[in-house]
Design a protein around this ligand. Structure first.
Ligand code: V4E
Length: 227
């Protein structure tokens, strides 16, 4: 289960030039549709759990329980989430956060694995009354960067959402929570090279979407300090 450490930034008109200057390699562009799901009373998102279906594949982003002892500026502007793509694991995580306990025997788990897990998960989502609360399409341009003496890759995504919002993301994937500090250092180094400043977090697509189209949901998340 990788941990995604990222920093969002506002794209200015010089970003492509700057990416070229620092020898970022373009990985290409692609379009994808995201649908986000939650209960009517926001059980998941109030706990900072983000269940989405991206182009037909289920993904869950959940907070990590990291305790970082660093005092870098990156810590204030970076986020880190664990990304889970195995539907059986997603269900375990969601049941736990929703306070649903099920007894599993070795036999029942084997049966579960023999089924069409994706169809079963879709059915379970409906039974749990998890409804789509946000749906938008993103056009993404991706770039990658490598630093000498560092085998970690930094990825820069430039996203344009179909509801009229553009945002950039500098992202590093790590497998262990203890790699987080050096991931944030790589992100900060990239931000400096791209001339990205600012002490405050940049709004993501979801924040802007909720503010515009789901103000009640947005207000509840602000009140709970999730956003
Ligand atoms: C984690 C999260 C949300 C889910 C969407 O995450 P995000 O990284 O914004 O989406 P995207 O399309 O860039 O996904 P990727 O392709 O990188 O996996 S929506 C809100 N959050 C929490 C959150 C937060 N509190 N603050 C910031 C700056 N970002 C996200």
């Amino acid at each position: 289960m990788p941990v995604e450490v990222e920093r969002k930034f506002v794209c200015d008109s010089h970003i492509l030039e700057k990416l070229k200057d620092i020898r970022a390699v373009c990985l290409g562009q692609y379009e994808f549709k995201d649908q986000y799901f939650d209960t009517e009373d926001f059980t998941l998102t109030l706990k900072d759990f983000w269940l989405r279906k991206r182009e037909g594949s289920w993904e869950l982003k959940r907070p990590t329980s990291s305790n970082l002892n660093t005092e870098t500026r990156a810590q204030d502007v970076c986020t880190n989430y664990r990304e889970i793509t195995d539907v059986l694991q997603i269900r375990v995580e969601l049941m736990s956060i929703m306070g649903i306990y099920a007894e599993h025997t070795a036999e029942s788990l084997q049966k579960e694995q023999d089924k069409d897990v994706h169809a079963e998960f879709q059915k379970w989502v409906q039974e749990m009354k998890l409804e789509c609360f946000a749906e938008f399409t993103t056009m993404r341009h991706s770039y990658t960067l490598e630093y000498e003496g560092d085998d970690r890759r930094v990825r820069v995504d430039l996203d344009q959402a179909d509801f009229g919002y553009c945002v950039g993301e500098i992202e590093v994937l790590v497998s262990e929570a203890d790699e987080m500090t050096s991931a944030m250092q790589s992100i900060e180094k990239t931000a400096q090279k791209l001339g990205i400043g600012g002490e405050q977090k940049t709004e993501g697509k979801m924040e802007v979407y909720l503010k515009r189209f789901r103000p009640d949901h947005y207000a509840a998340l602000l009140k709970a300090h999730v956003l």
